[in-house]
Write a protein that binds this ligand. Structure first.
Ligand code: NAP
Ligand code: MG
Length: 409
């Protein structure tokens, strides 16, 4: 068949270890034979980051800002062991942190749903996407321990010399205090990223806090979310028949359990820390069935798999063994990036291809052809456990059937 044309390129950010190996298999076997793929390529292999003093990471993030869409492979965040293993100049920062900072983006973690993996909560039929505000709160908190009776207050001294004071309390003896903060600017960017993502994903948004108790802090989050929504998004949501709901956090937890899923849950930093792990475990328990998308307030978009470089499998691969590592999240990262590129550029065939690639992957798993991580969590079906390359070949087979049926070329 003639390959499906692309318009603008997307930013391709390569990474490390087993994730990198699978990255190239996916690209060469599931995408390039069908799409005239155009990418601007950045190699974030740990050695390249080391040689460029991590400038390559900054360039990759700037490219996503310029081209609007990217896809990223998992990368090593070096620690002392990695510095030795790869003979690095230093422990370079996490590339994801650098990229998120440059794009001022929010991470959305979304489970990939297949019929034969039953969520722990039986009502859930559609994904619950968690958006975590990764700024401030207790993660930038300051604590004091005291051991005598006394009293405490908070003082804010502005750059111009104004002071705002509030009494915390008087205490009879030993205890602890913690102070933390957030910035309007960051909350507003967060809200914008969430509503922008919702419009592209066609999902409702929930935001939840505890403003009945936290009458200044959480109330400010609630206020700013409402303001950004009303002023910038209410109309676009209406056109698409989508909704924004604010709930008290305890109410939201109870509602989420009873819901069938299918919404984006925007959370404050600590709630998101906990919820994202809980929701991931409750949907399937495998990080290989979870994508991670970064959306900036301006709509710049970067996808990746939620898992890391799968180091242990990589060492087996290097010894020449076949591994049964699951490439599903990597395939979805590519498909979602291609889909976004296609939507921005008005390329309908490319959009359909991206959707068929996801469908072919789901069909393969639902037929019971799986990697070893899923064999353990699928119940009531005889599965065939295959190595990564055979799994990709099985997907390719299903993809070709779908293309023959749905795409005229
Ligand atoms: P990991 O790569 O996610 O792997 C942890 C374990 O989860 C694996 O050993 C494997 O379990 C299982 N697993 C993860 N992905 C899988 C897949 N696709 N298929 C099958 N099993 C899978 O996390 P890690 O071992 O903690 O971290 C390794 C490296 O990745 C580190 O250098 C870290 O810095 C980096 N990392 C990068 C990112 C990112 O770039 N976004 C995120 C997280 C970690 P079994 O071994 O039991 O089969
Ligand atoms: Mg956590």
């Amino acid at each position: 068949m003639a390959r499906i044309p692309m318009g603008k390129p997307l930013v391709e950010i390569d990474g490390d270890e087993m994730a990198r190996v699978m990255w190239h298999w996916v690209k060469e076997r599931l995408i390039e034979p069908y799409v005239d793929l155009k990418t601007e390529y950045y190699d974030l292999h740990i050695k390249v980051r080391d040689e460029t003093n991590d400038q390559i990471t900054i360039q990759a993030a700037e490219a996503v800002k310029r081209l609007g869409v990217g896809v990223k492979c998992a990368t090593i965040t070096p620690n002392a062991e990695r510095v030795k293993e790869y003979n690095l100049k230093k422990e370079w920062r996490s590339p994801n942190a650098t990229i998120r900072e440059i794009l001022d983006g929010t991470i959305f973690r979304a489970p990939i749903i297949v019929k034969n993996i039953v969520p722990a909560v039986r009502f859930w039929k559609k994904p619950i996407v968690i958006a975590r505000h990764a700024f401030g709160d207790i993660y930038a908190g300051t604590g004091i321990r005291f051991d005598e009776p006394g009293e405490a207050e908070i003082v804010y001294r502005s750059a111009s010399g104004k002071e705002i004071r509030a009494k915390i309390g008087s205490f009879p003896g030993e205890g602890v205090i913690q102070a933390y903060y957030n910035l309007d600017r960051s909350i507003i960017s967060f809200a914008r990223s969430v509503f922008t993502y919702a419009l592209t994903a066609n999902m409702d948004v929930w935001f939840a806090a505890k403003e009945t108790i936290s009458k200044v802090y959480d109330a400010r989050f609630k206020e700013l979310f409402a303001k950004v929504f009303e002023e910038e998004f209410a109309e676009k949501f209406k056109e698409k028949n989508l909704n924004y709901y604010y709930y008290l956090i305890d109410d939201a937890y109870a509602r989420a359990i009873r819901s069938e899923g299918g919404f984006i849950w925007a959370t404050k930093n600590y709630d998101g820390d906990i919820l994202s792990d809980m929701i991931a475990a409750a949907f399937s328990g495998s990080l290989a069935m979870m994508t991670s998308e970064l959306m900036s307030p301006q709509g710049h978009y970067l996808t990746e798999a939620a898992h890391g470089t799968v180091q242990r499998h990589y060492y087996r691969y290097l010894r020449g063994e076949k591994t049964s590592t699951n490439p599903t999240a990597i395939i979805f990262a590519w498909a979602k990036a291609l889909k976004r590129r296609a939507e921005l550029d008005g390329l309908d065939t490319l959009r359909r291809f991206a959707e068929l690639l996801m469908e072919a992957t789901i069909n393969t798993i639902e037929e019971g052809i799986v990697t070893q991580d899923l064999a353990k969590i699928i119940e009531g079906q005889n599965v065939v456990v295959v190595d990564t390359e055979s799994f990709i070949d099985a997907i390719k087979n299903n993809l070709e059937k779908l293309i023959a049926k749905h795409i005229n070329v």
